[in-house]
Design a binder for this molecule. Sequence first.
Ligand SMILES: Nc1ncnc2c1ncn2[C@@H]1O[C@H](COP(=O)(O)OP(=O)(O)O)[C@@H](O)[C@H]1O
Ligand SMILES: [Mg+2]
Length: 323
Amino acid sequence: MSAMRTMETLGQSRAVPAISVTGLRKSYGSHRVLDGIDLAIPKGMIFSLLGPNGAGKTTTVQILSTLIKADAGEIRVAGHDVTTEPDKVRAAIGVTGQFSAVDSFLTGEENLRLMADLLHLGRATGRARVRELLERFDLTGAARKPAATYSGGMRRRLDLAMTLVGTPELIFLDEPTTGLDPRSRRAMWQIVRDLVEQDGVTIFLTTQYLEEADELADRIALLSQGGLVAQGSPEELKRMVPGGHIVVRFADPDGYRRAISHLGATSHDDAALTVQVPGAGGVKTLRKLLDRLDTHGIEVAEMTVHTPDLDDVFLALTKEPTR
Ligand SMILES: Nc1ncnc2c1ncn2[C@@H]1O[C@H](COP(=O)(O)OP(=O)(O)O)[C@@H](O)[C@H]1O
Ligand SMILES: [Mg+2]
């Protein structure tokens, strides 16, 4: 994340947030899908709603994008109330769903033109915008071919291009890379980053992939059992689960042997001359560790901190309850 973007994000966050939600509830029959969700998402960031299949991610997107109604809650999107000003919300957002809006029988260009017509862009403006988007999403070569012939990655790109015809300030991406091959996924990630950096849009992204949230998101919320079980930056979330450790490599076998007896090492490696010490790697822990080794005149060659990854967080926080 560039420093500039962080500053912008901070600056904008004092203004109207892109999304603010309090007490959002939604049930289907007796099934409580969302049971009191609170969210505050500043403008210009990539926010990721992370959760397993069936957690309620699509339901949340549908409610925030005015496609379905919540049972309860105060929800403002792009500064407008979704219940009383749905049209204003719709004018400010773009949604690319888990199930694409692309018409397979039409060509890529026709799909985009249709969108431009629906938005009343006017002939010249519409054509220019369509051409620009085909170019940007690397679809110019396939522009005259029916979307049915497109690969999964091309389809997603076309879908996103269609969303962008209306120049939205906030884009919902519901599992944008599910089912894509690794290369297409990476291409989509870059497109998402560009949207934020070049177009200044806010992204609300849902995903089941921890790696994707870690890769893209400024902020992640973990959805499980109808509630947000954790929220924060990827780094903050990783710090929430224990399991971090510090690995110290010593300059010589003598220091290494003495260190094992002085430190509460959980494991060590004779060949690599490394000792593993439990701890999340905070400044205080590291300083204490170095001080202790210093006192005994033990020379450290290298020190690395291992924080748990998002998989650890996910497993720790989304455990199925024993009902
Ligand atoms: N229209 C509907 N009618 C009944 N149940 C629904 C409907 N839509 C979603 N659900 C249920 O709500 C839960 C959350 O679904 P969804 O929001 O699609 O989850 P996710 O997108 O995280 O996979 C699931 O258990 C799903 O079966
Ligand atoms: Mg879904």
